[in-house]
Design a protein around this ligand. Structure first.
Ligand SMILES: NC(=O)c1ccc[n+]([C@@H]2O[C@H](COP(=O)([O-])OP(=O)(O)OC[C@H]3O[C@@H](n4cnc5c(N)ncnc54)[C@H](OP(=O)(O)O)[C@@H]3O)[C@@H](O)[C@H]2O)c1
Length: 320
């Protein structure tokens, strides 16, 4: 089968499209014929190992698992002897950052892994990008204990995490103020944001509004900048570590003092999350935003684009 591998950490060019033997599912696994996958920031982070800490998961000196790719949408072609939940022909999607292997024609996945059945009426290409951004957004919103009626600011609303967070916040019944660049203002309004600031022409910190939660979904702002906009019991959360890892240290500091001014939740990536996302897709409350599509052979080009930090939503990789 065709697959993308990397045998060392480094720039996008370490990725190679090669022919590999088909994987064989264990008794608790299914074999999936992948139709579509994505190139996301989890993939780029793990490939580059820009944050050294990621090597404790992916391999200290070189990648333990050669085949890249975390999000997938495809069809089950073989089921292991102990698998009860899936049968041959089931259409599934998922986001697994522990087994990787989604940038390939076939992948094995534990039946208990972060995967769910594709709701009827959705194409593989529509749901391939449903997992990553929404998983991180759900983790953040759950850790912040978001409630109906709260006032929330999403900074960097046009990324995979931000665009999912805007939609899920509206689903939860909150008021949403979003910050994004000029080209995405219309899109973010169409996702339901009540107010949108264009960071290229406006300073969102000039608002007199106070927020119960500020989500920096692209790590381009900071607690210091956002602090004056927080309501008395408001919380700041970022998808990035911040300069010198400050968001982690602030979260530890505030946890020790019993306050929750800054949190840095460890993401839970599991089946429960995928089932939550499935329900959001079915209800129409969440639709992954798609920026562009590339073929598997063009993975290096797709990676370079994603690493510009300017993708809007998600980049799909066509396998079929
Ligand atoms: N904690 C984790 O485990 C984890 C996992 C995955 C990703 N991440 C991090 O989360 C961040 C977001 O990832 P993502 O995939 O959602 O999005 P992304 O691809 O990194 O974000 C792209 C979006 O950010 C917007 N943007 C760029 N510069 C901006 C600025 N100065 N202010 C506001 N918006 C700006 C861009 O559009 P416009 O400027 O045109 O609006 C673009 O739509 C990344 O930094 C990534 O490394 C963390």
């Amino acid at each position: 089968m065709k697959a993308v591998i990397h045998e060392k950490y480094g720039p996008p060019e370490v990725l190679e499209v090669v022919e590999l033997d088909m994987p064989t599912p264990k008794d608790n696994e299914v074999l999936i014929k992948i139709h579509a996958t994505t190139l996301n920031r989890t993939d780029t982070g793990m490939r580059s190992a820009a944050y050294f800490v990621s090597r404790f998961v992916t391999g200290l000196f070189r990648p333990k698992l050669a085949v890249t790719g975390t999000e997938f949408a495809g069809i089950v072609t073989t089921v292991g002897a102990d698998v009860k939940e899936y049968k041959v022909g089931d259409k599934v999607f998922g986001f697994d950052d522990s087994s990787f292997g989604a940038h390939a024609e076939y992948k094995v996945e534990p039946s208990a892994g972060p995967m769910a059945k594709i709701p009827s009426g959705f194409s593989y290409h529509e749901v391939a990008a449903a997992g990553e951004g929404a998983t991180y957004a759900l983790n953040i919103l759950e850790a912040a204990k978001v409630k109906k009626g709260q006032n929330i600011l999403i900074y960097g609303a046009s990324g995979a995490i931000g665009s999912a967070a805007v939609q899920i916040c509206k689903h939860l019944g909150t008021k949403v103020t979003a910050v994004c660049g000029t080209k995405n203002v219309k899109l973010i309004k169409s996702l339901g944001a009540d107010k949108v600031y264009d960071y290229q022409t406006e300073d969102f910190t000039g608002t007199s509004d106070k927020f119960d939660l500020i989500v920096d979904a692209v790590g381009k702002s900071s607690y210091g900048v956002c602090k004056p906009l927080l309501a008395p019991n408001g919380t700041y959360v970022s998808s990035e570590l911040g300069r010198w890892g400050q968001n982690v240290f602030l979260a530890i500091w505030f946890a020790a003092t019993g306050k929750r001014k800054v949190i840095f939740p460890i993401p839970k990536i599991n089946k429960e999350k995928m089932n939550q996302i499935k329900l959001l897709l079915e209800s129409g409350d969440y639709k992954p935003v798609v920026d562009s599509m590339y073929d598997l052979e063009d993975i290096v080009e797709a990676t370079k684009y994603v690493e510009t930090g300017q993708k809007t939503g998600n980049v799909i990789i066509r396998v079929i």
